[in-house]
Write a protein that binds this ligand. Structure first.
Ligand SMILES: [Zn+2]
Ligand SMILES: [Zn+2]
Length: 287
C-alpha cells in the first residue's frame, strides 16, 4: 500500500515567504450524478408541509443535532483524526458508529481526509482549502470523485480494527438505523424533521469549519495557514470554531484555550474522563 509520502512531491508545502503562496488554487470537479442524493436530501425537510412538525420531532431534531455533533467533534475529529485521547475498543466503536450516523461517510474516510487537511493546509494537496473557492471548501470537495476513497496510508492506526473497516465499508448502516429510530419514535414528522432536517443542519454546521473557519474570524496564532477563531462557529459546533487555536496545536483535545472560549466538546470529554470512559486527554501546556 502506498503512503501519502509516496504521492506527495517534496516541494508540496508552499514557502510562506512566497507571495504566490496564498493565491487562489484551481478547484477540482464535482461529479454531478453522484451529487444528486446530496441535493435531494436538502429538499426532504420541505415534506414537513404535509407531515406537520410535532413536538416529538422538534425534540428529536435537538437530540440528533447535538448528539451527532459531539460524535463528529469528539469522535471523528478529536479521536480518530487527531488521537487527542485514549479509550477502550467498545467506546471507540460507539464513537465510530455515532459519527457515522451523521451521514458524513465512515470514520476512516472522514479522519483520513482531515489528516491530509492538517498536513497540507491551504496547499494544492489540501482537499478543502478555501483557496480553491469557498463552495469547494464547503461542500464541493465531498462531491468530487477525487476524494471518494479513503486516502491510502493515512489511517493505518485504525484500519487494523475489522469493525471500523466494516462500518467504513458499509457506511449506510448507521444513518439508516438512526432514520428508522426517528421514524419509530416520531412517525413521518420525526423522520422528516428529526432526521433529515437535522442532518442538513449538521452537514452545514460541520462544513462551515472547513470553509468559514478558514475565511472569517480572528487569528491569535500566526500559523502558516488561513485558520481563524470564530465564536459563533464555536457555539454552533461545540467548540470547533476555535480553529486557529486548533491548527496551532492539533494534538490537544481542548480547542477553546481561554475560559471564555466555549468548547462544549471539551467539557463532555472531561466528564467522560471523570467517568473513566476516556483517558489520557491531551491538554494544552497551561492546563
Ligand atoms: Zn482547518
Ligand atoms: Zn483537526
Amino acid at each position: 500500500m502506498s503512503t501519502i509520502d509516496d504521492v506527495v512531491p517534496d516541494d508540496a508545502q508552499p514557502d510562506p515567504t512566497d507571495g504566490d503562496a496564498f493565491g487562489p488554487l484551481p478547484r477540482g470537479r464535482i461529479n454531478p450524478r453522484a451529487s444528486i442524493p446530496f441535493f435531494l436530501v436538502h429538499l426532504v425537510p420541505l415534506l414537513a408541509i404535509f407531515t406537520g412538525v410535532s413536538t416529538t420531532a422538534l425534540v428529536l431534531l435537538a437530540v440528533t443535532f447535538w448528539g451527532r455533533m459531539f460524535f463528529i467533534t469528539g469522535g471523528y475529529h478529536r479521536y480518530f483524526a487527531h488521537r487527542t485521547f485514549r479509550t477502550g475498543r467498545v467506546f471507540q466503536f460507539i464513537l465510530a458508529f455515532g459519527g457515522n450516523t451523521a451521514v458524513q461517510k465512515g470514520p476512516l474516510w472522514w479522519a483520513g481526509h482531515h489528516r491530509i487537511h492538517h498536513r497540507f493546509t491551504d496547499t494544492e494537496l489540501d482537499p478543502h482549502t478555501p483557496r480553491k473557492g469557498f463552495w469547494w471548501s464547503h461542500a464541493g470537495w465531498i462531491l468530487s470523485d477525487d476524494t471518494s476513497p479513503v486516502p491510502d496510508g493515512t489511517m493505518k492506526d485504525f484500519e487494523k480494527f475489522p469493525e471500523l473497516r466494516f462500518i467504513s465499508r458499509h457506511d449506510w448502516i448507521a444513518p439508516w438505523s438512526l432514520a428508522l429510530v426517528c421514524f419509530l419514535i416520531g412517525g413521518w414528522s420525526g423522520l422528516v424533521i428529526g432526521f433529515f432536517l437535522s442532518t442538513v443542519l449538521l452537514w452545514h454546521a460541520t462544513f462551515l469549519i472547513n470553509s468559514l473557519a478558514h475565511v472569517f474570524g480572528s487569528r491569535r496564532f500566526e500559523t502558516e495557514d488561513t485558520s481563524r477563531n470564530n465564536a459563533l462557529l464555536a457555539v454552533l459546533t461545540m467548540g470547533e470554531g476555535w480553529h486557529n487555536n486548533h491548527h496551532k496545536a492539533p494534538y490537544v483535545a481542548r480547542q477553546g484555550l481561554r475560559w471564555w472560549e466555549i468548547d462544549l466538546t471539551w467539557y463532555v470529554l472531561v466528564a467522560l474522563e471523570k467517568l473513566h470512559i476516556v483517558h489520557d486527554l491531551k491538554r494544552p501546556r497551561s492546563n
